[in-house]
Design a binder for this molecule. Sequence first.
Ligand SMILES: [Zn+2]
Length: 197
Amino acid sequence: MYEGAIQDLIDELGRLPGVGPKSAQRIAFHVLSADPADVNRLAGALRKVKELVRFCTTCYNVAESDQCRICRDPRRTDEVLCVVEEPKDVVAIERTGEFRGRYHVLGGAINPLEGIGPDNLRIRELMTRLSGGTVRELILATDPNTEGEATATYLALMVKPMGISVTRLASGLPVGGDLEYADEITLGRAFEGRRAV
Ligand SMILES: [Zn+2]
């Protein structure tokens, strides 16, 4: 336990996901000994992310204008829509270079234990997009864990009666895992080998 500002910083860092008490302490002392210009850049980046970054009004990916870079790209097809849980999953799929369609970011997955139901996700917004009639294939790329599977099953039931082909990423992804942790090759293959549900 330290006094004043250094302890405040350790406490704040310790509240971040994946940062334990020891890491919080190590980062805090690193900041203390770092060049002031580096620390100012970090502080500026933290402030700017809250000021500038918002969610794309079309797909709910992170964006710095009304629409994200992917929604604004005229070279991508509107006929294939890939549903993911979080913006970080968009990044994981983009890294594979396998996908040239658009995305829809749900903002999580169905999780009854944490009180997250379909109404808490951007499912209504997805249905509105699909009702436009342009989308021919919906790829369900939710995480390969219980919540992700439940969400995929729910969406498949909702969307299939609309006459849209619904696919799920192929197995090969580590079960119980998180999409973002899959390496590019595994995720790329899962994408190519997606199957109808
Ligand atoms: Zn977008």
